[in-house]
Design a binder for this molecule. Structure first.
Ligand code: SF4
Ligand code: SF4
Length: 175
C-alpha cells in the first residue's frame, strides 16, 4: 500500500516534495499564511509524517489561492500550489470534504460559469455562489458599488469554441 507521501507525489507528478529542506521561504512570502491553520512548509512536513487525516481535514488547503508565490521563492522548485490542488482533490475524493465549505461552493460556481459559457460572467457567478452558500446579503453593498462603477457587466460574450470547453470537462471526468 502506498504511503500518503507517495500518493501525493504521484498526483503532483513533478518535483517530489521531500526535496523541501524547510527553509520556510515559501511561508515567508505566502499572502495567506497568517490565516492558515498550518503554514505551507508545515503541510509538507505533515505529509512526510503520514498525517493524512489532519492534512485533508485542514482549512489550509482551501485557503491557498494558488498565487504561486511559494514556488517562485522555493530554492528546490517544490510546487506547493499544485500540492494544495492535489490535496483538495484528495479531500473531496476521500469523502473528507472541504473544511471551508463556502470556498468549495465558490469553486463550484466558478466552474459552472465556465461550463456554461466558456468564460466567467461575474454577476451570474456571484448569484450562483450566493444561492449555493445561502450567504445572500453579507456583501451586497460592495456588489452594488461595483455594479454602479461598471465592474460587473451583465452581459459577457460566450467562448466561440464551446466544443473544446465541453471536451475539457469530459476529459477531467474520465481521469
Ligand atoms: S521554500 Fe521550498 S524548500 Fe523552503 S520550506 Fe518552502 S517548499 Fe521547502
Ligand atoms: S500558492 Fe498558496 S501556499 Fe503558495 S504562496 Fe500562494 S497562497 Fe500561499
Amino acid at each position: 500500500m502506498k504511503s500518503f507521501l507517495e500518493e501525493v507525489n504521484e498526483k503532483i507528478n513533478g518535483v517530489p516534495i521531500q526535496r523541501c529542506y524547510h527553509c520556510r521561504k515559501c511561508t515567508a512570502g505566502c499572502p495567506m499564511s497568517t490565516a492558515m491553520e498550518h503554514n505551507p512548509n508545515r503541510v509538507i512536513r505533515m505529509i512526510q509524517m503520514g498525517r493524512r487525516d489532519e492534512v485533508l481535514a485542514s482549512s489550509t488547503i482551501w485557503l491557498c489561492v494558488s498565487c504561486e508565490t511559494c514556488i517562485t521563492r522555493c530554492p528546490n522548485e517544490v510546487d506547493i500550489a499544485r500540492m494544495m490542488d492535489v490535496l483538495r482533490q484528495m479531500a473531496i475524493e476521500s469523502g473528507t470534504g472541504a473544511k471551508e465549505k463556502n470556498i468549495l461552493r465558490f469553486h463550484e460556481a466558478f466552474l459552472a460559469g465556465i461550463r456554461s459559457g466558456g468564460r466567467i460572467n461575474e454577476p451570474m457567478m456571484m448569484v450562483n455562489y450566493k444561492l449555493r452558500s445561502g450567504d445572500l446579503f453579507s456583501d451586497m453593498g460592495m456588489g452594488i458599488d461595483m455594479f454602479l462603477k461598471g465592474k460587473l457587466p451583465l452581459v459577457s460574450p460566450r467562448t466561440k469554441d464551446m466544443a473544446s470547453v465541453r471536451r475539457i470537462f469530459e476529459k477531467t471526468r474520465q481521469e
